[in-house]
Structure formats: structure tokens, C-alpha cells
Design a protein around this ligand. Structure first.
Ligand code: DIR
Ligand code: MN
Ligand code: MN
Ligand code: MN
Length: 303
């Protein structure tokens, strides 16, 4: 079994500097050797050099409300190629963000190789605003809508094939969803387990119900996209948009362990670790939890 770490030092999908340093910290914390210890052959050939892309885009004015649209689009297109080519070679891509706009790239790459894949999206946010509904214009709040092909088409993002179907994505951990996003979720019948459902049923049941929805026979490839802000800010404090009332340490890891146990995982994203937003010890804690989520999703067990 072989995996490739796709380091994505990118912050253009949101305004807070520092999230581009997330992947560097995760690597420096020893993630590659930790995954090797789990029995994986680990490829890591350095972080992506997105500066080369940004250099060619000398000016990137807003498109409607969207901020940095051309840079975000080009970076995600490059990530899609990288993830897609690893997947094609039977190597499991582990993408380290960077902000969550990158998931336009990672999931596009996964679907290129596995058209029947389902997506499990762990987040405090639904990241499903369209160019019409977004309040902030931050594209990290929008990747799911691009993947689904919602909203008015934007020529700069035309490379994205809207191949994801609304019944192929499920959310866990939501608690900060914009009014326009709630409407989109409802109108498209998209299944979401908010923190309310986690409280009500417990995480074991929620993961089972979530997988029953997107992967009833547990035979489809799974792309797990994990935004660390799904975790409670006491667990992952150093992230751009923390929201109280989140997943506990164990709930977050349980999700990863349960998905590993299906044997269906084909791609993993660890997103939104921002090492510049908290005190040293909280940064260390957040980076460590990013590493341990990845280990749990890739086979680490407690016994
Ligand atoms: C908000 C926040 N819904 C937005 N989204 C965040 O900007 O669209 N996503 N923080 O991760
Ligand atoms: Mn590579
Ligand atoms: Mn997110
Ligand atoms: Mn989030």
C-alpha cells in the first residue's frame, strides 16, 4: 500500500495569512514517517510551488464577489492533476492544506479516477455557497457548490466538471451554516449531520447513518475531506474560522477510524491548519491533531 502526500501551501481561498504554512508544519511534525510506521510506502516530493502559478496571474480582480478567483482556480486545477495522477497509479493521495478551496482540486482529481466515489465532508461549515449566495466572497466557503455545478457558471472555473451528485456527499460536524447554504442543502436534498445529530445519536451512529446514505453497501470509493475546524476550538484552536461546540478529539478520530475500517478510503484531505493564529502550544496541539487524524484515517488503531 502506497500513498503520496500532496503538500498545498495555499491561502488564497480565504483572507487570513498563515494557512499556507499548515502543510509545512504537518510535514515538519513528522507526518511522513508516522505514516510509514503504519506500513505505508510514503511518497513526498516536496510541497507544491504555487508561486509559479501566481506569478503568471499578475492581476486577479474580484469576479462578482469572488476573491482571488483566477489564482484559486489555477491552483485547484494543478491540485486536481496531481491528485488525479497519483490516484491513477493506485497511490492514495493525502492532501495537506492550505485552505479548503483546495478541495475543488482534490475531489475533482478523485472523481477523474473514481467516478463513483462518494465524499465525506467533515467541517463546522458547509462550504457550499455559490457566487450568488456568498457573503464573504471567500472561495473556501464555496468548493462544494462548484463540484456540484450549482450557481451561475463562471468561465474562469470551467475546467471543473460538475460530476459530484448531491446524493454522493454527506456532512458531519456542521454548526455554522449560512442561510443561503441551508436553502441549498434543503433544495438539493443533501444529507448533513450537524452537531445536533452528533449530540443526539452519538458519533458511532452518525457515522453509520452517514455511510448508509452515501455508501450503503460499503463498496464505493470514499474521499474524506477533513476541515480541522470541525473539531472543537479547544481541540484544534489554530484555524482560520473556529466555531465553538465542535467535535471532541475522540469524535474526530472515531470518524477517521471508522472510514479506514470500511477499506474504501481512496483520498484524504487535512485542511485549514493555520499555524499563525494561536499561541505556540496551541499551534503545536493543532498540528499534532492534524497528524493524528491522518494516522487514524490511514490505519492507526488504539489497540
Ligand atoms: C462562510 C464561512 N460560510 C463563508 N465559511 C468557512 O465565508 O462562506 N468555511 N469558514 O470554512
Ligand atoms: Mn507528487
Ligand atoms: Mn471547510
Ligand atoms: Mn470550516
Amino acid at each position: 500500500k502506497s500513498l503520496a502526500i500532496v503538500g498545498c501551501p495555499f491561502s488564497g481561498g480565504q483572507p487570513r495569512p498563515g494557512v499556507d504554512q499548515g502543510p509545512i508544519h504537518l510535514i515538519q511534525a513528522g507526518l511522513p514517517s508516522q505514516l510509514e510506521e503504519l506500513g505505508w510506502k510514503v511518497q513526498f516530493d516536496g510541497h507544491h510551488q504555487f508561486e509559479d502559478i501566481a506569478k503568471f496571474i499578475t492581476s486577479d480582480p474580484d469576479i462578482g464577489k469572488l476573491k482571488n478567483p483566477r489564482v484559486v482556480s489555477k491552483v485547484c486545477e494543478a491540485v486536481a492533476k496531481s491528485v488525479g495522477s497519483h490516484a491513477k497509479q493506485g497511490v492514495l493521495p493525502v492532501t495537506l492544506g492550505g485552505d479548503h478551496s483546495l478541495a475543488m482540486g482534490t475531489i475533482s482529481g478523485t472523481l477523474e479516477q473514481y467516478p463513483d466515489a462518494c465524499v465525506v465532508w467533515i467541517d463546522a461549515h458547509a462550504d457550499i455557497n455559490t457566487a450568488e449566495t456568498t457573503d464573504t466572497g471567500n472561495i473556501h466557503g464555496m468548493p462544494v457548490s462548484f463540484l456540484l455545478g450549482l450557481g451561475q457558471p463562471i468561465p474562469e472555473f470551467a475546467w471543473i466538471k460538475p460530476q459530484l451528485k448531491p446524493n454522493k456527499i454527506v456532512y458531519i460536524g456542521l454548526r455554522d451554516v449560512d442561510a443561503g447554504e441551508k436553502k441549498i442543502l434543503r433544495e438539493n436534498g443533501i444529507k448533513a449531520f450537524s452537531m445536533h445529530e452528533v449530540d443526539k445519536h452519538g458519533i458511532g451512529k452518525v457515522v453509520e447513518l452517514a455511510l448508509d446514505h452515501v455508501n450503503p453497501k460499503r463498496d464505493l470509493p470514499i474521499h474524506l475531506s477533513f476541515d480541522v475546524d470541525a473539531l472543537d476550538p479547544t481541540v484544534a484552536p489554530s484555524t482560520g474560522t473556529p466555531v465553538r461546540g465542535g467535535l471532541t478529539f475522540r469524535e474526530g478520530h472515531y470518524i477517521c477510524e471508522a472510514i479506514y475500517e470500511t477499506g474504501c478510503l481512496v483520498a484524504l484531505d487535512i485542511m485549514e491548519v493555520n499555524p499563525s493564529l494561536a499561541k505556540e502550544e496551541e499551534v503545536r496541539q493543532t498540528v499534532a491533531v492534524g497528524c493524528s487524524l491522518a494516522r487514524s484515517a490511514l490505519g492507526e488503531t488504539l489497540l
